[in-house]
Design a protein around this ligand. Structure first.
Ligand SMILES: C[S@@+](CC[C@H](N)C(=O)[O-])C[C@H]1O[C@@H](n2cnc3c(N)ncnc32)[C@H](O)[C@@H]1O
Length: 279
């Protein structure tokens, strides 16, 4: 991918400010994506980065992009949930930039976007059940619960009934079903909630984040930094609860949000919230 087609990494100035305390430290980018944050870390210092992602396509793209830094950059295809099992050294900082990347969202084959038609997949990695399998395997009440809890959608029972009746196979079919359920409203508000809920359930995101934060706190050196960029309230509640339980010191008394210029450049950062902690 060409550099100009890649978005500026979200809240990169805040990430660097809170994460990097050294010039020759070891940092983990637990959500490598297209490697934007890793590139910023590697080019601003002599620090080393281990970049983790579940998605082999992201590993390939980021590795190509960071090819000038290979003596200080190591890509690892893995689930960050198990971070403390495969990172055996103590590190100076860990970054999580949660959710999907723009590359994944813009690729219809991955099934993350309700704006494009593609298979109802939504997996970050290439293994495990897809969103279509999840709809097949779960009963109506279970689907309603996850739409309510992970998407905050109050019409979850009605939508779950329609999903089970129609069994959509594609993002397009699901989008039509949701829009038809709210004929008098702009459907995209509900679409966003329902796609978010299915994606979180397919990838077991809440469990991954919880275990990932616990693992990260185990591999951090004393005074090492944990920086997390999150995009919705369920993630935020979980992050704050885990940080309290693990007695991590909060460095961001108030959550940090993108500035106006970043907001204009990249509307996807709209809901981004940065929190930083010290061990
Ligand atoms: C928001 S993107 C990161 C973008 C990145 N910071 C950049 O600058 O390009 C999140 C990435 O995390 C990856 N991811 C999501 N869940 C994961 C998990 N449990 N383990 C490892 N990677 C995961 C996704 O595949 C995606 O590439």
């Amino acid at each position: 991918m060409e550099e100009k087609t890649l978005h500026r990494p979200i809240m990169v100035n805040g990430v660097i400010k809170f994460l990097i305390q050294k010039e020759d430290g070891l940092y983990i980018d637990a959500t490598l994506g297209c490697g934007g944050h890793s590139l910023a870390i590697l080019s601003s210092s002599r620090n080393s980065v281990i970049g983790i992602d579940l998605d082999p396509d992201q590993i390939r793209i980021a590795t190509e992009r960071l090819s000038n830094f290979m003596e200080r950059f190591l890509p690892v295809q893995a689930n960050y949930r198990f971070i403390d099992q495969f990172i055996t050294k103590k590190v100076d900082g860990v970054l999580f930039d949660l959710g999907y990347s723009s590359y994944q969202l813009d690729n219809p084959v991955r099934g993350f976007s309700y704006r494009e038609n593609g298979p109802l997949d939504m997996r970050y990695g290439k293994h495990g059940i897809t969103a279509y399998d999840l709809i097949e395997n779960r009963n109506q009440d279970e689907i309603a619960d996850l739409i309510y809890h992970y998407g905050g959608e109050h019409n979850s029972r009605r939508i779950a009934r329609k999903i089970k009746e129609k069994k959509p196979r594609t993002t397009g079919e699901l989008a039509i079903l949701v829009r038809k359920s709210f004929p008098r409203e702009k459907g995209h508000k509900h679409l966003g909630r329902i796609f978010q809920a299915l994606r979180i359930a397919v990838n077991k995101e809440m469990e991954n984040i919880e275990e990932g934060i616990i693992g990260a706190s185990k591999i951090l050196k004393k005074k090492g930094r944990l920086v997390i960029v999150s995009y919705h309230s369920e993630e935020e509640k979980l992050i704050c609860r885990k940080a309290r339980e693990l007695e991590l010191k909060s460095l961001t008394k108030r959550v940090v949000t993108p500035d106006r210029i970043e907001f204009q450049e990249n509307p996807r950062c709209r809901s981004a919230h940065l929190r930083a902690f010290e061990r």
